[in-house]
Write a protein that binds this ligand. Sequence first.
Ligand code: Z5A
Length: 208
Amino acid sequence: MSGKFIVIEGLEGAGKSSAVTIIKAAIEQFGKPLVCTREPGGTPMAEAIRNCVKQDWRDEKVTVEAELLLMYAARAQLVQNVIQPAINADQWVLADRHDMSSRAYQGGGRQIPDSMIEPLRNITLKGFKPDLTLYLDVEPATGLARARGRGELDRIEQEDISFFERTRERYLQLCADDPRAVVINTMQPMENVHQDITKAINLFLDKH
Ligand code: Z5A
């Protein structure tokens, strides 16, 4: 027996926080013990990397290579210390972001070629994949306006809109190529978004 790994992905302001609440309740009702994680983060060391990567370093430019390596360093800590042990112990894991974020933000947004990302994926994940990814799709302008409503923007959130447009485009390509990914349109009233999320998770639970 082994648990399942469910990931929520999306641009800022896509509504990942409320999706986590809905899915958490559905899995708990299904009677499965659940571990929730976020990336970058989820272990003491990975949380330190999160603070480091989100910080604005003022005059010191954060290179795209450093950003990419930090994302995978944090992921290695989380996957090996938390996610895989939980799944091996028949627990379910619900993740706020995972590997698709690096492929979309660093691959799409930062335009880092796959030839640089793939070796890091192989080292870090060794073929380990989510059982279900819910990608919450939002137009960047709408998502950023929602995120701005919450206060100060971090280093990555301060990027130009074209960065988020490339990131979204890559997300949509990755979802089209992944039979375990479901795209949820979040540019509709919250009630409809929540209905779509509930439908997608219930469909998955029915099969498991
Ligand atoms: N990152 C990366 O580059 N590479 C990687 O590999 C990984 C991450 C793993 C993590 O920051 C940053 O790291 C992130 C990607 C990058 N950076 N950026 N930019 P984070 O975790 O702090 O940021 P986030 O993941 O984007 O979280 P967020 O901004 O909190 O997004 P959210 O969780 O989707 O937003 P929310 O709090 O659920 O919703 C935002 C607001 O919108 C809230 O007030 C909602 O009530 C409202 N909302 C949500 N849905 C709706 C609808 N449908 N209608 C109206 N209003 C809505």
